[in-house]
Ligand binder design. Structure first.
Ligand SMILES: NC(=O)c1ccc[n+]([C@@H]2O[C@H](COP(=O)([O-])OP(=O)(O)OC[C@H]3O[C@@H](n4cnc5c(N)ncnc54)[C@H](OP(=O)(O)O)[C@@H]3O)[C@@H](O)[C@H]2O)c1
Length: 223
């Protein structure tokens, strides 16, 4: 690492990622490229992941989940049917980005979500009750994250929505999204996250900030 990169890391801070699958590793690569220190974990011990992390997300560190949770921002990218396996205690006081979706085709029917009118992120936030949860990164395919990322100010830059109940947490997540290469549109409170869940127009499309704002304004559930 050159000295410039070290300064960059110190400026950007630390990102923890729970889930080293398709989404977790794509976000990890973008975050490393943006100059963050990235710690990534699964439900398995760090040693089990070290080699694959070195190959798939060079520059990120394989750690145990509590160490990943001990970061400035924590991305949760595990299959939603496993969300209760993500320890609420270790994430207490943290800003948590919920990148997960409830999609019964892959998750199976989960009573927590089928029998609940809330957005999936509100259900997750009830589990992570001492965390500040912000929903984002759920409506972009993992395979689109790197090719669609672009520097701030790029014409027609792709935008990602965020939703949450805490303004400061949303500002922190917005800065992270921008650093990773996307414009940001505030969709409103966590309940408004349902406007870009699976099955919505936003979930199924690729939009710049103006287009995304328009789509979200036209959604049925407002903040
Ligand atoms: N695929 C996409 O394009 C896409 C895009 C946006 C959002 N999403 C959403 O993002 C979530 C993850 O999707 P994915 O496609 O990345 O899944 P995936 O490829 O199956 O990866 C899931 C990862 O989560 C880990 N994991 C499971 N339980 C864990 C726990 N308790 N703590 C830490 N890590 C745990 C798994 O490792 P171990 O089992 O070894 O622990 C694995 O590394 C889903 O909710 C999905 O709907 C997916």
């Amino acid at each position: 690492m050159d000295i410039g990169a070290q300064e960059h890391v110190a400026t950007r801070g630390t990102i923890g990622i729970l889930g080293a699958g398709r989404v977790g590793t794509a976000i990890a690569r973008l975050a490393v490229a943006a100059g963050y220190r990235v710690k990534i974990a699964t439900s398995k011990p760090a040693a089990d992941n070290a080699l694959i992390i070195e190959i798939v997300t060079p520059g990120a560190e394989a750690v145990d989940a509590p160490e990943a949770a001990d970061s400035d921002l924590v991305v949760v990218a595990v299959p939603l049917h496993k969300y209760k396996g993500v320890g609420a205690d270790m994430l207490a006081g943290k800003v948590v980005i919920d990148a997960m979706n409830y999609w019964s085709v892959t998750d199976g029917d989960i009573a927590d979500f089928e029998a609940d009118d809330r957005s999936s992120s509100e259900v997750v936030a009830a589990h992570l009750s001492a965390s500040r949860v912000v929903k984002s990164f759920n409506h972009i395919g993992y395979h689109e994250m790197e090719p669609d990322s672009a520097p701030t100010g790029t014409a027609d830059r792709r935008a990602l929505a965020l939703a949450g109940d805490d303004t400061d947490a949303k500002e922190q997540v917005a800065a992270f999204i921008d650093a990773l290469g996307f414009d940001v549109v505030d969709a409103g409170d966590l309940a408004a996250g349902r406007n870009y869940e699976p099955g919505t127009e936003v979930f199924n499309g690729r939009f710049n900030a103006g287009e995304l704002s328009t789509k979200l304004r036209g959604s049925l559930v407002s903040a």
